[in-house]
Design a protein around this ligand. Structure first.
Ligand SMILES: Cc1cc2nc3c(=O)[nH]c(=O)nc-3n(C[C@H](O)[C@H](O)[C@H](O)COP(=O)(O)OP(=O)(O)OC[C@H]3O[C@@H](n4cnc5c(N)ncnc54)[C@H](O)[C@@H]3O)c2cc1C
Length: 384
């Protein structure tokens, strides 16, 4: 039996980038995915790679991720588009916050540009003059197509980095035996490695259920929409709006943030459903619109249900229409995605027997932060 330096369990973005960096360091790596193809949060999301929205720690990982995505894209098409992100402020308070974030980013040497109302209207067609006051643009940021990116990245790693990628391998046990870890799939197949990294996303029933049930992990359900293709209409980059400014961690580092937050109406529908409005044009010309946030403890995640709440859906469309006049708001797709996160820390990390490393709960940061975060983890875990 082949013994690997590393077996990664879970073929989402977090697991795949751990495998990527291990391969970059010359290690022998196998990646095991439960399903025929990954279908977790990694394929359901917006694909906005936006370090600008993150706190200082995660912005560092996100900026490293940008470099990694761009390096890979030069060798292989992983659907990257380099067209920046913008935060659109709708009132004086949000303008104040984007001006403060601009200052913070100048001090961090992260490029951002303040845009006037008129510049925003010119750059983002359909933006309503009665909504927009000013914008903050991040030219280095990128977008990827969530449904495609992970498959292409894995394809690249198999073809050009000698990754051993096994799908339909549902891992049900990991056990330290002498100097190795024995990894068993539900069909009884056994893999052997020096170390295992488990990036199980929000799958908590297969491996170590007691550990997850007693943790502070929670699951978030997000609803998303996609319009029909917009004829003769172009919207460039990641579009984040006023409620994103009031929500994203980066803005919590602005001096005025908490004072501004303290004035918000806690009984609004926006708060009840955790809605902020984001837009992104897909390659087929349609516009993806999101999203909402509903929460349940990991052990009770079924309480989130398996259907879409149409009240949330209608609310998001109504709010989106107040921001952007699109040629059509006819919806062609509606779906929800789920990710896990910790209530009290930024990521869940637990080591068993020195060789089995569980890393999950990256929350809403995964498409942006995983590549940079995994690079640091691999360096530390293998003393590179
Ligand atoms: C609607 C939505 C929008 C989002 N938008 C953004 C965004 O714009 N930007 C951003 O940065 N982030 C975004 N996120 C967050 C991001 O998608 C997640 O942080 C990220 O995808 C989590 O990746 P993961 O690998 O941890 O989990 P997952 O993608 O869930 O992957 C886990 C994988 O592990 C496999 N697995 C689990 N258990 C086993 C087992 N026992 N054996 C084998 N395989 C197993 C699963 O099948 C799955 O494929 C969004 C998320 C959602 C839901």
């Amino acid at each position: 039996m082949k013994k690997y330096d590393l077996v990664v369990v879970g073929g989402g973005v977090l697991g795949t980038f751990h495998a990527y960096h291990a391969l970059q360091n010359g290690l022998q790596v196998a990646l095991l995915e439960k399903n025929k193809m990954p279908q977790g949060a990694t394929t359901q999301n917006f694909g906005q790679v936006v370090p600008s929205g993150m706190n200082t720690k995660w912005q560092t990982y996100g900026r490293e991720s940008l470099k990694i995505y761009k390096e890979i894209q030069q060798q292989y098409d992983i659907t990257l588009r380099e067209n920046g992100s913008v935060y659109l402020a709708s009132n004086k308070e949000e303008v104040q916050l984007i001006e403060e974030l601009h200052q913070i980013n100048q001090n961090n040497q992260y490029t951002s540009e303040l845009l006037t109302k008129e510049e925003c209207i010119t750059k983002y067609p359909g933006l309503r003059p009665d909504y927009i006051q000013a914008g903050l643009f991040f030219p280095e940021e990128v977008t990827v197509e969530a449904r495609e990116m992970i498959h292409r990245l894995q394809d690249f790693m198999v073809k050009h980095m000698s990754l051993d990628y096994f799908t339909n391998r549902n891992v049900i046990a990991c056990e330290q035996v002498n100097n190795s870890v024995k990894i068993t799939s539900s069909s009884g197949e056994i893999f052997e490695a020096e170390k295992v990294i488990i990036c199980n996303g929000n799958e908590f029933k297969n491996l170590y259920p007691e550990l997850f049930n007693s943790s502070d992990l929670e699951v978030t359900k997000l609803q998303m929409l996609q319009t029909k293709s917009q004829s003769n209409y172009k919207l460039s980059g990641n579009i984040l709006t006023g409620w994103s400014i009031r929500r994203y961690e980066a803005f919590a580092e602005c001096p005025s943030f908490f004072k501004i937050k303290s004035k918000e109406d806690l009984d609004s529908l926006q708060k009840k459903w955790g809605v902020h409005i984001l837009f992104k044009q897909a390659p087929d010309g349609s516009i993806i619109i999101g999203d909402s946030h509903e929460y349940a403890d990991a052990k009770d995640m079924e309480n989130l249900g398996c259907t879409l709440n149409m009240d949330i859906d209608h609310f998001m469309i109504e709010e989106a229409q107040k921001i952007m006049e699109l040629p059509t708001y006819t919806i062609q797709n509606r779906w929800f995605g789920m990710y896990s996160q910790c209530k009290t820390s930024d990521v869940f990390q637990q080591t068993i027997d020195d060789t089995i490393h569980i890393i999950t709960g990256i929350g809403g940061k995964g498409m942006t932060g995983s590549a940079g975060f995994a690079k640091e983890n691999i360096t530390q875990l293998f003393n590179i």
